[in-house]
Design a binder for this molecule. Sequence first.
Ligand code: HEC
Length: 259
Amino acid sequence: MKKIITITYLIFLLSIGGYQVKAAEKTDLLKIDWSFKGLFGKFDRGSLQRGYQVYSEVCAGCHSMKYLSYRNLSEKGGPEFSFEQAKAIAASFEVTDGPNADGEMFARAGKLSDKFIMPYENERAAQAANGGAYPPDMSVLAKARSGGADYLYSILLGYEAPPSGTILDEGVYYNKYMYGNNIKMAKPLEDGLVEYSDGTTASEEQMAKDVVTFLMWAAEPHLESRHQMGFKVIVYLIILTILVYFSMKKIWSRIESEV
Ligand code: HEC
């Protein structure tokens, strides 16, 4: 009987250890050390701020992020731009508001409470401008695709010349990591495409890493507090296990001495 109980405790301990073990991941994707992975994972603030810059200067031309508001940019756990910076970012966009008293729509400067402006009027317009393909909304893209951050990173760096003999239609590009290898998005990143305000060299890999970090935060804004909570829960379970183990020993000690 005692053995069974001890084994149960062992299984319990192992299951705590297994908390971190994830389901089998895709092995063929490009992999880098993301700052946000693992039990103590945190977003790198600099990377998040640079990632926002890449998104707004490059990707936002085609991809919307309709669930984000400008105020999210200054919230804790995110890029943590200062309140003033976030306000200035919002004000740099023109938002259509209305109708006013005359029943007309009007343009005004963006406010913190506004959602990120959309690149196209609607889905049809987006498709028409992109050879029939819809640039997916990026608010939760990092969570919506299997492979997550690694997948997005791989797509951005996966452009190659097609194998000889492959003929691509106009507006279709060869990408090693896209399903079916054909993607209707031209290679979006080139070395030096943006000029980082913090002086970081804008290599293709750096921009890909930064923008994917930003997209990961957008898809999972509470990742940091979730990790902190996970850590507390594990400490709690370990203490509980030790207490229960010793009380078990105490309770069984009398019975064992009788046997
Ligand atoms: C010129 C417009 C354009 C720009 C700029 C652009 N994209 Fe795209 N993107 C598209 C289109 C269109 C698709 C859909 C392609 C398809 O379905 O074949 C797409 C698809 C994607 C996908 C694949 C999503 C999936 O369905 O699995 C990712 C990832 C992506 N874009 C990321 C980015 C990032 C990051 C940037 C900025 C660095 C960016 N894109 C810039 C038009 C664009």
